[in-house]
Each structure stands twice: as structure tokens, then as C-alpha cells.
Design a protein around this ligand. Structure first.
Ligand code: ADP
Length: 329
């Protein structure tokens, strides 16, 4: 086993609050173990260009509470080419990098796996607000995004109530409904639409609104995952069906929360999880172990072979779906 003297750390793909806490943990754990730690700028693009800087303990001071990523992040399409990964791994090793920590999502993990196979031991840390990485129960940034969405829903509720409207709140999550489901429950949504569940506009929206009205409720919050499709069209159709089929004039509004969900001060949960995962990654590299992803499973921080992790499939929590169903009306 080759002793690791120098390791690199980079953030890749979409940014997420808590990435700085993970970088800080990697830097401090690495330096504490006697290693040099290089901060690589702008994801795999920076690794290809050797755009990096040695980081000491002080370099990461006062970053724990900041959203975004101090290293910058990027999407680098060229890195999907096997020959590019191979030459990048060789170049990194020639320049003294013995191991690497990649903080990002599924796409970034594929790059991390390829780098490991090309001879540069690499560890992946799950960083995305979407919580859509199958091999882990939790991803860095998810809790902060949930709190942001829940706060926005509270504010939207005030005005929705004042005007007796129906507001469709579109949230992020790519093809997954984790943010929508959890934030919808936390925000007391009347309906939550997620890609993992089929929905029927008549039953899930029009009839739901009719049922609410029968109980004396005249304002509604619908949380809708971006993976569902065109939120404006769904809102327009709901309004039209209520008017034409039930003679009800209900004003609908669409509020797309967008990138506000990606920023902000990381919550305590994100800071602690990121710190635990960062230290775990360095512990692996210290032992000369690469090609692993650090994950949370059964509430514990552990690690898996990257390929094994990428092949896993997680399902939406049935208990959470049931909760949403019981509480929504
Ligand atoms: P995320 O990591 O958040 O899922 P992306 O899917 O955009 O974000 O991936 C981030 C970066 O990871 C890409 O820009 C690319 O550099 C690298 N990457 C993505 N997919 C692959 C792949 N199949 N092989 C190698 N590298 C990849």
C-alpha cells in the first residue's frame, strides 16, 4: 500500500449547501493526518487544467456556515470521454496527487469511478439538494433545501389564504420527488405531485379541491416536483376544469422556487453530516482505499464500492407517502 502524502478535493455538478463543510472536513482531517491537501477549482475542469491550490487549516476558516462551494463547481462534458479521464488521472499522479475526494452527485460519481479505475484512488461524497442518489439515505444539502422550501411555502400560504387562491409551488428534485414530498408534508400542502407516483388531474386536483370546499376550505397549496412536467399547464387545466365542469372560479398562481433552493446557510444537519462524511473519506484514503462512495445507511456513515452504489435503486418512502395522504385534506 502506497502512503498518501497529497490528496485533492473538488466539488462537481450542481452545488449544494454544506459542500463547504465537507471541504473543510477533508482539509482539516487531511492536514491533521500529515497530508498535503490541494483544493481543485471548478470540478473536473480544474483537475484537467491542474487549477488548484494547497489548502491549510486557516484556508477553510469561516466557511462552515456559507452556502455554495468555495472551490467552485462545474459541469465538464469532456470528462465523460474515457481517454480524457485516463490522461487526467495520469497527469494528476505525475503532479503528486495520490488520492482524490469528489463531492457531487451521481454524474460526478461516474467520473470518480473512472478515475479510480484509471489508477487515481478516488472517494465520492454525496452532495446534492435533490437527495436523488440511490445508495445513500441522505445527501449533503438536502436538509437546507427542505428548510428553504418549507419557509417559502409558509410565506406563500399567507397570501394564498388572503386571496382564497390555489398556488402551485414547483420545487427542484430533477426526476425525483424527495424535496416535494418532505417539504410538502412540512408545509402542509393540500396535494403533493411527484414523478414516482402517477397522478390524475381530475381525482388528485379537481376532486380534491371540491372535497376541500365541501369542508369549508377555500385556499390550497399544491407542491409539485419539477420532474412532473409543465406546472403552468397543470394549473391552467385545473382552473379550466373547475370552471367548465363545476362552475367554480378559482384563481390559480404558479410559483417556481428555482435556484433559491440551492443557496443559503447550511442547516446543522447538513454541516454535521458533511463533516462526518469528509472525515470518513480521508480515513479511507489514509488506508490507501479508493473507488468508494461515502453514504448514510441505516442512520450510519459508511462506504460502498462506487459501482455497487451506482447500481442501487432506492424507492420513495411508503410511510411518507401515507403521511402526506392522511394529512393533506
Ligand atoms: P451531478 O454530479 O450533480 O450528478 P452531473 O451529472 O452534471 O452532476 O455530473 C457532473 C460532472 O461529472 C459532469 O460534468 C462530468 O464532468 C462528470 N460526469 C458525469 N457523467 C459522467 C460519466 N458517465 N463518466 C465520467 N464523468 C462523468
Amino acid at each position: 500500500m502506497k502512503e498518501m502524502k497529497t490528496i485533492g478535493v473538488l466539488t462537481s455538478g450542481g452545488d449544494a449547501p454544506g459542500m463547504n463543510a465537507a471541504i473543510r472536513a477533508v482539509v482539516r482531517a487531511g492536514v491533521n493526518s500529515g497530508m498535503r491537501v490541494l483544493g481543485i477549482h471548478n470540478g473536473y475542469t480544474g483537475l484537467m487544467k491542474l487549477d488548484m491550490k494547497e489548502m491549510d487549516m486557516r484556508e477553510v476558516s469561516d466557511t462552515l456556515h456559507r452556502g455554495g462551494t468555495i472551490l467552485g463547481s462545474a459541469r465538464c462534458l469532456e470528462f465523460k470521454k474515457p481517454e480524457v479521464v485516463k490522461s487526467t488521472a495520469e497527469q494528476a499522479k505525475e503532479n503528486g496527487i495520490d488520492g482524490l475526494v469528489v463531492i457531487g452527485g451521481d454524474g460526478s460519481f461516474r467520473g470518480a469511478r473512472d478515475l479510480s479505475l484509471a489508477g487515481l484512488p478516488t472517494i465520492g461524497l454525496p452532495g446534492t439538494i435533490d437527495n436523488d442518489i440511490d445508495c445513500t439515505e441522505y445527501t449533503i444539502g438536502y436538509d437546507t433545501a427542505l428548510n428553504t422550501v418549507s419557509d417559502c411555502i409558509d410565506k406563500i400560504r399567507d397570501t394564498t389564504l388572503s386571496h382564497n387562491r390555489c398556488t402551485f409551488v414547483e420545487v427542484m428534485g430533477k426526476d425525483a420527488g424527495y424535496i416535494a414530498l418532505s417539504a410538502g408534508i412540512a408545509g402542509g400542502a393540500e396535494a403533493i405531485l411527484i414523478p414516482e407516483q402517477k397522478f390524475d388531474i381530475q381525482k388528485d386536483l379537481v376532486q380534491m379541491i371540491m372535497d376541500c370546499r365541501a369542508r369549508g376550505k377555500y385556499h390550497y397549496i399544491i407542491v409539485i416536483a419539477e420532474g412532473i412536467g409543465n406546472t403552468q399547464e397543470i394549473a391552467d387545466k385545473t382552473e379550466e376544469l373547475l370552471r367548465t365542469e363545476h362552475d367554480i372560479e378559482l384563481e390559480t398562481k404558479v410559483c417556481i422556487l428555482g435556484h433559491i433552493q440551492r443557496g443559503g446557510r447550511p442547516t446543522v444537519k447538513d454541516r454535521i453530516t458533511a463533516s462526518q462524511m469528509g472525515v470518513h473519506a480521508v480515513d479511507l484514503l489514509k488506508q490507501g482505499i479508493g473507488n468508494r462512495v461515502v453514504v448514510k445507511r441505516d442512520g450510519k456513515i459508511t462506504d460502498l464500492d462506487i459501482l455497487e452504489g451506482l447500481n442501487m435503486k432506492k424507492t420513495i418512502d411508503a410511510d411518507m407517502l401515507r403521511l402526506a395522504d392522511i394529512l393533506s385534506l
